[in-house]
Design a protein around this ligand. Sequence first.
Ligand code: FAD
Length: 508
Amino acid sequence: MTVKYNHVTDDVVKKLVNICGEKYVTTSEPLRHSYMARGIMGLEAVLPEAIVRPENAQQVSEILVVANENLIPVTPAAGGLSGGFALPAIEPGGIYMDMTRMNRLQVDVENRVMIVEPGLKSGDAWRIFKTKYPEWAPPIPDGAPPAATVLGDAIERGFSLVTGVYGPQADMIMGLEVVLPSGKIFRTGSWALDGAKPYYRWGPGPNPDGLFLGSQGSMGIITKAAIKLIPHPHFKTVVAYGGKNWDDIIIPTWEVSKHEMGIAEHTVMVQGGNWPLVMTRWPKSNVPVDYDFYKKIGISEYWMNYEIWAWTEEELEYTKKRIDEIYKSYEVKANTECPQWKLHPRQIASRLKKPNKIAISYSLWEAGFLFITWYTPWLESARMMEEYCAKMEEYGFPPTMWVASIDHGRQAIVMPILCFDSTEPGIYDKIREFNLETTRSFLKKGWLNYSPDPFVHAPETFARTPEYYDMLVKFRKVLDPNLILHPGRLAIPWEAVTDLPNPIKDGN
Ligand SMILES: Cc1cc2nc3c(=O)[nH]c(=O)nc-3n(C[C@H](O)[C@H](O)[C@H](O)COP(=O)(O)OP(=O)(O)OC[C@H]3O[C@@H](n4cnc5c(N)ncnc54)[C@H](O)[C@@H]3O)c2cc1C
């Protein structure tokens, strides 16, 4: 590789122990492997050589100085549940910085902001708010396991439980505290001013926070974030409608969402899928694999859920009524059928439970599962899902598809879930081929991958956005001249990840 790193030596381990204490540094092989076990969204990962668990920003800064002096790569991770994204992508694996000890939370209901450290888990944030601040809710990821963190989700620009209204989780940021690879600590937004509150995101000048959100830890280590709180009304329900094709759920949702004010403000989480999404959540041997069974129990081939939050019973009823009217009028216009899916109270309760654990069970179908995620303009998502499902079937995967509305149906996040047998010979090559074929087709249509594979989505995308990629590499080199932070799955720069020819420069 053009970028050469050093191994973690005994001397480096001693320095890390001096910074964090013996208890918080380990090179134990089983422990290092236990971190790898969390990778489910990225397939490539390298075993870290040492795990270190800092307690505060000062320790983070000192660790980065040691890493810089010794040219050792560093990978920050919070819950590690964004999958392979929080694992080193380069050889040697270097230092894995586990941020979970830094888990403090400060709540300021007056300014409607909370300050979180990277280790604050979604489950804990939800529990604390439920008991101490029931009028407010922390924007936590809707379906991630409770051990996923609030900040990890913001760094990933994930989708929170109110994403349908507020946009991706990174849109909730009001300020960041970042430790740069040089060890320097700085803040963004109004927070940059000594003593000021994080009340104004754009700060004293152009705001650099976007360089860190979505960077997968490759630009700097975030040690605090100020994140908006959201009001938490308690009249809630979930309604669901079916359809005969993707348009039948995508177009009525656009009608519900596009006016933005009114009922759209109450539909905080809008998500849907197809019947294999139901089927593949159970062990393969325990459920019928043909649609007839699901039809009999009232599950449409395609369906959309609307989670509604309202201040009063009247507001809740009105929202339900309007959604129903919109579907009825769409049925007439499109000459189709969109039956309401009568959810059992237990289904509603399980949807409303946060963090809900609905997404955890895909590995029951087969040992392997991989989330692949894309952004499209909302109305184009139906075409993408049609094409995706056809390709999944062609490659022998069940066409398991999930979709959610982001910011009043401005964008869709489309997520096929590949359920596969990880012991099947050649399966990983097959997945890569599938990813390559779909990625090439989707990029031509202007759709963007959100959780890239470093050897497929990242180079394929950046080959089509060379100026953008050049800028990212330049920014990264300014912030991290020795490139000690892991390059993430974005592969910025490519030379830090592999010796293979650079497809971004050479064209493909
Ligand atoms: C079953 C399942 C369901 C999921 N459902 C959802 C969902 O509903 N919505 C959703 O948005 N996501 C979902 N996810 C994805 C993921 O769990 C969330 O995005 C999660 O919040 C990520 O947080 P984390 O603490 O696990 O982050 P990590 O994986 O630890 O980190 C995320 C990224 O940020 C980097 N990083 C971590 N800490 C720092 C730091 N302090 N400074 C700089 N960089 C850092 C890491 O290197 C990594 O690239 C799901 C995942 C699973 C496994």
